[in-house]
Design a protein around this ligand. Structure first.
Ligand code: PEP
Ligand code: CO
Length: 455
C-alpha cells in the first residue's frame, strides 16, 4: 500500500521537486522551456515494444542466459554524425560481440552508447585556463567545447540538434542492421594485423575462423543471411543526465500501462547523480524502461536498499542493472561488499562491469588516459569475484571507438604514453581504439571459455 501511494505521486516532472545535480545553468530559462515543449511534441526515437523486449532480454541476462556488451563513445559528438563514423562504430561493436559469443556460448545483447550520449557530468562546474574561468564543457547537447564564453554558454537549441542527430544516427543504424551491414560480420572485414604482435595471435585467428564457420553454416546450410533480419539487434543507451530533455521524451503509449522514456531503450544514472534521494532516481522511478545505475567505491548498503525500494520494488529481473566501476586496484576490496549488500537487500539485478571509469589516470604531461592492462585486469577480476560469490557477471560496459585514436595506452599494438598526442580526439574520457577493442574482446572471450571449462 505504502509503495502504491508513493508511486501514485510520481509524474514525469516530479523530479523537479528534488535536488538535481549536474544540470546546466541556462541564461534564459524560458528559452529552455520553449525547447522542451517543442521536443515533447516530436516523434519518439524508439518504441515501447523494443523497450519491453530489451527488458525481457536483460532479465535473461540476469539469469545467466545472455551476455551484454554495452559500448561506445564516452561522449558522442555532433560532428561525428557521419556515415563513416557510424559504420565504424557499429562494426567494432558487432565484431566485439561476435567474439564474445564465441567465449560466452550464449547470445550477446548489444547496447550502443550512441544516438543520444550527448550530455556529460563534470567534476568541476567551471574550467580555468590562463586565469580565465568559463563553464565546463558538458557535452554537445549543452554547450560547445571551444574555450570561449560564447561556446561555453549553455544553449537550449542544442537539445534539438542532439535529438535530430540521435534520430539520424538511429535511422542509419536501423537501415544498416536490416540490410547490407551483414557483410561486416564476415571475417575478411576483421582487421587483425595488430594481432601479429601478440603471443596469442594464433588463437585469435582460430576464433575468427570459428566465427566464419558458424556464419557459413547459417548462411549456406540454413539459407539465412546472417544479420539480414527484421528484428533490430542493436539497442541504444545513454546517461539520463539532462532531466528536462528526458522528461520531454517521456510518454504514455496506447494500450500499454505506464510511462516510457522513448528517447532511448536503456537510460542509466551516472555515479555523480545516483543519490537515492536525488532528482535522477526520482525521474527513473516512474518509467518502464530497463535502467542502470553506476556504482563504485563508497556505494553503501543503505543506498542499494533505497534504490531497490524506489526503482525495483518487485525485484523483477531485467528492471535494474548495477554497473560497477571500481578500478583494477580497488575492485577486490570493493565489489564483494556490493554483491553481498545487494543480496542482503533481496536484489535480483544484472551485474555489468565498467572497467573504464575507475582506471582513468593523468600522465606526467597532463593527458587523461587509461592502461589497457588495467582495463582487462578489472574485467578479469570481476568474473572471478562474481563466481567466487556464487553469481555471474552479466556483461561489460566499455568506452570504444571504431577510429584509430591514441587515447588509451597498451595492448599488443597500442600506443605508449609518448604516442598519445598523435591522434587524441576525446574531449572527455579516453576510449579504446579499434584494435584495442577487438583485443579486449578476444581476452574476455578467452576468459569466459576457460571459466566454463573449469566449471
Ligand atoms: C560515463 O559513463 O561516461 C561516466 C561519466 O561514468 P561514471 O558515472 O561511472 O563516472
Ligand atoms: Co566516460
Amino acid at each position: 500500500m505504502e509503495r502504491t501511494a508513493e508511486l501514485s505521486l510520481w509524474t514525469p516532472p516530479s523530479w523537479r521537486t528534488r535536488d538535481a545535480l549536474q544540470q546546466p545553468e541556462y541564461p534564459d530559462p524560458a528559452a529552455l522551456e520553449a525547447v522542451l515543449a517543442e521536443l515533447s511534441a516530436l516523434p519518439p526515437l524508439v518504441t515501447s515494444w523494443e523497450i519491453v523486449q530489451l527488458r525481457q532480454l536483460l532479465g535473461e541476462a540476469t539469469a545467466g542466459r545472455c551476455f551484454v556488451l554495452q559500448a561506445g563513445d564516452c561522449a558522442e559528438r555532433f560532428a561525428a554524425c557521419t556515415p563513416n563514423r557510424i559504420t565504424n562504430s557499429l562494426k567494432v561493436l558487432l565484431q566485439m560481440s561476435l567474439v564474445l559469443v564465441m567465449g560466452a556460448q550464449r547470445p550477446v545483447i548489444r547496447m550502443g552508447r550512441f544516438a543520444g550520449q550527448y550530455a556529460k557530468p563534470r567534476s568541476a562546474a567551471t574550467e580555468v585556463r590562463d586565469g580565465v574561468e568559463l563553464p565546463s564543457y558538458r557535452g554537445d547537447n549543452v554547450n560547445r567545447a571551444e574555450f570561449t564564453r560564447e561556446a561555453r554558454t549553455p544553449d537550449p537549441a542544442l537539445l534539438l540538434r542532439g535529438y535530430e542527430r540521435a534520430a539520424l544516427t538511429l535511422n542509419f543504424v536501423r537501415a544498416l542492421v536490416k540490410g547490407g551491414f551483414a557483410d561486416l560480420h564476415h571475417p575478411e572485414y576483421f582487421e587483425l594485423d595488430w594481432a601479429a604482435r601478440s603471443p596469442l595471435a594464433e588463437e585469435y585467428h582460430r576464433m575468427v575462423e570459428t566465427i566464419n564457420e558458424s556464419l557459413r553454416f547459417t548462411e549456406h546450410v540454413l539459407g539465412v543471411r546472417a544479420g539480414a533480419t527484421d528484428r533490430i539487434d542493436f539497442y541504444t543507451c545513454h546517461e539520463a543526465l539532462h532531466l528536462g530533455s528526458e522528461e520531454a521524451q517521456t510518454r504514455h503509449v496506447p494500450r500499454r500501462a505506464g510511462y516510457f522514456n522513448l528517447a532511448t531503450h536503456f537510460p542509466w544514472i551516472g555515479l555523480r547523480t545516483n543519490s537515492p534521494g536525488g532528482a535522477h532516481v526520482e525521474y527513473m522511478r516512474g518509467i518502464e524502461n530497463p535502467i542502470g545505475i553506476k556504482v563504485g567505491p563508497g556505494t553503501t548498503r543503505e543506498s542499494i536498499g533505497r534504490w531497490l525500494e524506489a526503482l525495483d520494488p518487485a525485484r523483477q529481473p531485467g528492471r535494474l542493472t548495477l554497473i560497477h566501476r571500481c578500478g583494477a586496484r580497488r575492485i577486490a576490496d570493493e565489489l564483494p561488499a556490493l554483491i553481498e549488500a545487494t543480496r542482503a537487500e533481496g536484489g535480483n539485478v544484472l551485474w555489468i562491469a565498467d572497467p573504464m571509469h575507475g582506471n582513468t589516470q593523468t600522465t606526467s604531461s597532463g593527458v587523461k588516459t587509461r592502461r589497457f592492462e588495467d582495463i582487462y585486469s578489472e574485467v578479469e577480476q570481476s568474473f572471478d569475484i562474481h563466481r567466487a560469490l556464487g553469481c555471474k557477471l552479466g556483461g561489460v560496459h566499455i568506452e570504444v571507438t571504431g577510429e584509430n585514436v591514441t587515447e588509451c595506452t597498451g595492448g599488443s599494438n597500442g600506443p605508449s604514453e609518448s604516442d598519445l598526442g598523435r591522434a587524441y580526439e576525446s574531449e572527455v574520457d579516453p576510449r579504446l581504439n579499434y584494435e584495442q577493442s577487438l583485443e579486449l574482446a578476444f581476452l574476455i572471450a578467452r576468459k569466459m571459455k576457460a571459466d566454463e571449462q573449469a566449471a
